[in-house]
Design a protein around this ligand. Structure first.
Ligand code: BTN
Length: 332
């Protein structure tokens, strides 16, 4: 009801009377008044005028389930949100929800993580109040070998969402980091649960961390990581995390459905390559069998990076096995 009430207030151009809210939600005036007061305490600026009613003037930078649910209008992606103020890892929360039968598209979010997990066993710094930590549950019925491509689909969706919401030049560093001005603002960790006997995907958890309001990064990340706040010079509170999550969910749902049509990236390859940070630029491929340099020529429909070497042969670089760097640094 809280989510519905925030949505109603947000969408209304004019004041909404207390009576209208009572009728709509079938509760007493006192109940409405209590919720309005709670919302005010949580940072919503709500103007109350005698004989006119209530009007929402401003929303806080909240990641609570009701704030997210009041904004996300997709068919399934992020329609059901589970919020924790503090957690170990939202990927683990999401797996637990999956075990309890949560539907496709359920989103686990947290204000902070104490054991945020990154790829290759690294940890993911997850302080409170600055970033997005979320994990999306997917229950696909395609074969497991297709699953890694969904990480690229999410990377593309985050880059599109950041670009759409903030106007920052968000790009993709293959396969799925999102960078702004050559530094990382988003990491994605996808985990898969298989049926023991069926060898089919039981579910996938796509964990996404986006640096939004971080003002600084600890030493090892300086020069590599950045935040939307640092890159945009926006004042605090200007970039609302819930709005960005909404954009990501909308983009992901659209892209996922395009992916399902062919079970590869045929329909997404072009949008992806336009956003690829190294497109047609020199890259260094950190292949364990031997490093080499070449020019990145975009991804193919399977999500592999095509790298043209000096002798003009085009090599397919498989995500997961090999890292790619710009010639002069992490991304470019
Ligand atoms: C990377 O190493 O680039 C991937 C980082 C993924 C971090 C996110 S934050 C939300 C979700 N929960 C986790 O523990 N990790 C992912």
């Amino acid at each position: 009801m809280k989510a519905e009430m925030i949505r109603l207030l947000r969408e209304s151009k004019d004041y909404i009377s207390g009576q209208e809210l009572c009728d709509r939600f079938q509760v007493s005036r006192t109940a409405i008044w209590k919720i309005i007061n709670q919302l005010k305490e949580e940072g919503y600026v709500i103007e109350a005028k005698q004989n006119k009613g209530y009007r929402l003037m401003e929303s806080p930078d909240s990641m609570e389930a009701y704030e997210l649910e009041s904004r996300i209008c997709t068919k399934w992606a992020g329609r059901k949100v589970s919020y924790k103020r503090e957690t170990g890892s939202t990927n683990i929360d999401c797996k637990q929800l999956a075990g309890q039968g949560a539907p496709h598209g359920t989103l686990a979010v947290a204000e902070m993580q104490v054991s945020g997990r990154g790829r290759r066993g690294r940890n993911w710094q997850s302080p409170a109040g600055t970033s997005i930590y979320m994990s999306l549950l997917c229950r696909p019925d395609f074969p497991p070998e297709k699953a890694p491509m969904l990480t690229l689909v999410m990377g593309l969706s985050v880059a599109q969402a950041v670009g759409g919401y903030t106007d920052l030049p968000a790009k993709i560093k293959w396969p799925n980091d999102v960078v702004v001005n050559g530094k990382k603002i988003c990491g994605i960790l996808t985990e898969m649960e298989m049926g023991l006997e069926t060898k089919e995907i039981q579910y996938l958890v796509i964990g996404v961390g986006i640096n939004v309001g971080n003002r600084e990064f600890p030493e090892p990340l300086q020069g590599i990581a950045t935040s939307l706040y640092l890159e945009s010079g926006e004042q605090d509170g200007k970039i609302l995390r819930a709005v960005l999550v909404q954009h990501v969910m909308e983009a992901f749902e659209k892209n996922y459905e395009l992916f399902l049509e062919t079970l590869d990236l045929s329909f997404l390859q072009e949008s992806y390559n336009v956003l690829l940070v190294n497109q047609d630029a020199a890259v260094k491929v950190l292949d364990p069998k031997g490093e080499y340099t070449g020019v990145a020529r975009g991804i193919d429909q399977d999500g592999d990076l095509l790298v043209e070497t000096e002798d003009k042969t085009v090599k397919k670089v498989y995500a997961g096995e090999v890292s790619v760097r710009g010639l002069y640094g992490y991304a470019e």
